[in-house]
Design a protein around this ligand. Structure first.
Ligand SMILES: Cc1cc2nc3c(=O)[nH]c(=O)nc-3n(C[C@H](O)[C@H](O)[C@H](O)COP(=O)(O)O)c2cc1C
Length: 300
């Protein structure tokens, strides 16, 4: 018998544990729908703010040997403009997670209030972006993170995931604070603050001078964060960072994740990566006798 790949995220069934991470081709409804059609169990939108944000000029991405360094600066069209895109994304099979960003706690609540009419399946609060001013402040403070969750929960009944920084410092304190304040899940992790210098000029390559590291190089750090958070709280974790194979997904679930975010691997290998990861995960489960995704957590 084929292993059961479906998984339960905050009471919602995903056909398989793969999730499109925020910011990678999640900027239109049609693209999000397509990623679902290509096999993702859930799709996360680009982070959306109340008014349009321009982002940083290029160069805003540096391709590394085993990862990416980006400082896109969260360009997005603003909440009102994005309502229609969420509605289109929701026509697909995948669960739609809407990522929200703002520069104040009230701002996050304002964005959610505007987006409520599109009825997203879930929200993700991006309070951990290293590429915008103060973007990681909330993820570094258990007190602020708890306040953010309380405020966000007061304006929606949809489940909310808190996206945490691998650079949070008080990682488990932040995880416990958001759990106690009403978070339904934690997305771990966002990119890790990093820098690249041009070898000829000795100047920073990115226009923003620093950026966030993702991909292969981030995976061991993401695994460590997921396992620490899973020891601290019971709510599900969307383990994100450097996943591009079924074995990586199995490791992330084994570390404590319920679902697995995939970002940089889509950038490098295209949308076929979701089906590839699911198929490989299924083969691994079959060969090791795991009947369902939950069994991996205790078995590897
Ligand atoms: C080009 C790029 C853009 C990103 N934009 C966002 C974003 O808008 N919001 C967000 O929460 N995370 C954003 N991220 C972070 C990813 O969602 C993810 O947390 C991180 O890249 C680690 O996963 P990965 O190694 O699979 O890419 C971005 C990452 C990349 C590479």
């Amino acid at each position: 018998m084929k292993p059961e790949l479906s998984t339960n995220l905050c009471g919602i069934k995903l056909d398989n544990p793969t999730v499109l991470a925020s910011g990678i081709i999640g900027n239109t409804g049609e693209l999000l729908k397509r990623v679902g059609d290509e096999g993702a169990g859930a799709v996360t939108t680009k982070s959306i703010s109340l008014k349009p944000w321009e982002g940083h000029p290029s160069p805003n991405v540096v391709e590394l040997k085993n990862g990416l360094l980006n400082a896109m600066g969260l360009p997005n069209p603003g909440a009102e403009e994005f309502i229609e895109e969420i509605k289109i994304a929701k026509e697909g099979d995948a669960l739609v997670i809407v990522s929200v960003v703002e520069s104040s706690i009230q701002g996050y609540a304002d964005v959610i209030s505007v987006l409520e009419s599109a009825e997203p399946d879930m929200y993700e609060l991006n309070a951990s972006c290293p590429n915008v001013k103060g973007g990681q402040d909330i993820s570094r403070s258990p007190e602020l993170a708890g306040k953010l969750l309380e405020k966000a929960c007061s304006v929606t009944n949809a489940p909310i995931s808190f996206k945490i920084s691998p650079d949070a410092g008080k990682l488990t304190d932040v995880a416990r604070a958001v759990d106690e304040a009403g978070a339904s899940a934690i997305t771990a992790v966002n990119t890790l603050p990093a820098k690249a210098i041009d070898s000829k000029t000795n100047l920073p390559i990115l226009s923003n001078t620093r950026g966030g590291l993702s991909g292969e190089l981030l995976r061991p750090i993401a695994l460590r964060c997921v396992s620490e958070i899973s020891d601290a709280v019971e709510i599900p974790i969307i383990g994100t960072g450097g996943v591009s194979t079924g074995q990586h997904a199995a490791e992330m679930i084994s570390a404590g994740a319920r679902a697995v975010g995939i970002g940089t691997a889509v950038w490098h290998h295209g949308v076929g990566v979701f089906k590839k990861v699911s198929d490989e995960l299924s083969s691994i489960m079959e060969s090791r006798g795991f009947e369902n995704v939950g069994a991996i957590e205790h078995g590897i």
